[in-house]
Design a protein. Structure first.
Length: 171
C-alpha cells in the first residue's frame, strides 16, 4: 500500500514538473519502478527483434540502436521525452543515455534511474534501469554516468511504465 502512494506521489510530482516546464507533451509516459507481484509485463516486441546489450562472443558493449549519450543537455532531454511519448516505436530497441544517477528505496526494493535535466534544470526526464549483472550500480546520487539497456514497458493498473532492462554501465 505504501509503494502505491509513493508511485502516485512520484507521478504527480513528475506531472507537475512537466506542466511547469511548459512541456509540449503532457501525455509522456511516466517512469517508475516495478516490484509488485501484480505488475503485468507488456512486451510488444517480436522475438526476432530483441537485442542484448552485449556481444555474446566477447562481452563488449555493442553500439546501441539509439544513442542519446552525446550532445548538449537540451538534445538529450528532448530525445528522452520523445522516446517516452512514442515509446511503442522504441520497445525492444537498445538505448544509451547519459544522465545523473538516482536511487529510491521503496518498502520492497530499490529503484534505479538515469535522469537528465532540461537546460533550466527545472524538469527531469530519463529511465528506470535494471543492470544485467545486478551489481556495480553508481555509488552516489547525482553521479553522472552512461547506461545502456533494452527498452521495455509494463503495466500497473491503467499506467504504463518504462525501464531499460539487461542494462550495462558504459565507461
Amino acid at each position: 500500500m505504501m509503494k502505491k502512494y509513493l508511485i502516485i506521489t512520484f507521478i504527480l510530482i513528475l506531472s507537475f514538473q512537466l506542466y511547469g516546464c511548459g512541456s509540449e507533451n503532457k501525455k509522456a509516459v511516466q517512469q517508475a519502478g516495478t516490484g509488485h507481484s501484480n505488475v503485468k509485463f507488456v512486451d510488444n516486441t517480436p522475438a526476432d527483434s530483441k537485442s542484448d546489450t552485449t556481444d555474446a562472443d566477447d562481452g563488449n558493449i555493442r553500439e546501441p540502436d539509439i544513442n542519446i549519450s552525446a550532445g548538449d543537455t537540451n538534445v538529450i532531454y528532448s530525445k528522452a521525452n520523445e522516446i517516452a511519448a512514442k515509446y511503442t516505436s522504441y520497445l525492444g530497441k537498445t538505448i544509451r543515455i547519459k544522465g545523473s544517477y538516482k536511487v529510491e528505496k521503496a518498502p520492497s526494493r530499490y529503484y534505479y534511474y538515469c535522469l537528465v535535466s532540461d537546460p533550466t534544470a527545472c524538469c527531469n526526464s530519463g529511465f528506470e534501469f535494471i543492470l544485467k549483472d545486478k551489481t556495480n550500480y553508481p555509488k552516489n546520487d547525482g553521479e553522472v554516468f552512461t547506461v545502456q539497456g533494452t527498452l521495455h514497458s509494463y503495466k500497473e493498473g491503467d499506467n504504463t511504465f518504462l525501464e531499460l532492462i539487461d542494462a550495462v554501465i558504459v565507461k
